[in-house]
Design a protein. Structure first.
Length: 282
């Protein structure tokens, strides 16, 4: 195994693996020929898939369970075979992927099945934003797929996974396809995301206000400040609230102040607050 191969593999590992720890193999993911569904990938789509499939995991039968993860793609290449033609007479091209898996006791049987040609057929799962008629080049026309035309898949937006399967859609490899209105999806998701952000901000602010209110009440009790004055304590965090409570507590515990008739009166909440305001104005 070349050092460059190990270097590519170790981009996806937590520790550098050695040659003895990994098993590598190549698979033909898909091609540009017309498949059993009367669809094919454009040459441009193959290039896009080559880029997007690097690092993607290999599973079984498109079952998206972590327990089914067996291998990972570390390199891809679009191969041209000019001497071979597609069903409609174009030069044949296909996407080859190089994958690796760990040489463990659990993988021994799978490695043997791959080497023995039992596990061979593969299928990919991806998203294509364009479905083009092979006759008129339109995405919306009256031509009937399979009768008048075939569909060209282009504008690959994502590659999800690749799987070992028994019967793929493509004769040489196999592919399961997912089509979506990408623009509409993006706009809807953007709107939902903005609404979610606004709701999160509102709830965060509300939660912060409740926490500050709770801190003010506990601090008021700690500093022997009447609960009615808890809301008078200012501050945006516990430290600031305690600092302000300490100041307020001095006024609340101050000596009786004379009333308007010059007679002593018991210090009340209102008088304490007024005295604090007068002190601040000085």
């Amino acid at each position: 195994m070349e050092k460059e191969t190990l270097k590519k593999i170790n981009q996806f590992t937590r520790k550098d693996l050695t040659e003895s720890e990994v098993y590598t193999f190549s698979v033909k993911l898909c091609d540009n020929d017309i498949d059993r569904d009367n669809e094919r990938f454009s040459d441009n789509a193959l290039e896009q898939l080559a880029e997007k499939f690097i690092g993607k995991t290999g599973i079984f039968d498109h079952n998206p369970s972590s327990a089914n993860q067996t291998s990972r793609i570390y390199d891809t290449e679009v191969i041209s075979e000019p001497e071979k033609l597609t069903k409609d007479g174009r030069p044949y091209r296909y996407l080859r992927a190089d994958a690796y898996m760990l040489r463990t006791d659990e993988n021994k049987n799978l490695i043997a099945e791959i080497d023995g040609g039992i596990k061979k057929e593969v299928s990919i799962s991806c998203s294509a934003s364009k479905r083009i008629c092979s006759v008129c080049g339109s995405e919306n026309c009256s031509h009937q797929k399979g009768k008048d035309c075939h569909i060209i898949l282009d504008g690959i937006t994502d590659a999800y996974e690749w799987s070992f399967v028994a019967v793929p859609s493509q004769v040489n490899a196999g592919v399961t396809k997912k089509y979506r209105n990408e623009v509409a999806d993006y706009e809807n998701l953007s709107t939902e995301l903005e609404s979610a952000k606004a709701e999160i901000e509102r709830l965060t602010a509300e939660n912060h206000a409740y926490k500050l209110k709770e801190i003010r009440l506990k601090t008021a009790i700690e500093y022997s400040i009447p609960p009615e004055l808890a809301d008078r304590i200012s501050g945006d965090n516990e430290s600031q609230i305690k600092e302000d409570a300490e100041k307020l507590a001095k006024f609340v515990k101050s000596k009786p102040t004379p009333n308007f008739k010059g007679e002593p009166q018991t210090n009340t909440i209102e008088s304490a607050f007024m005295e604090m305001l007068n002190e601040i104005k000085k």
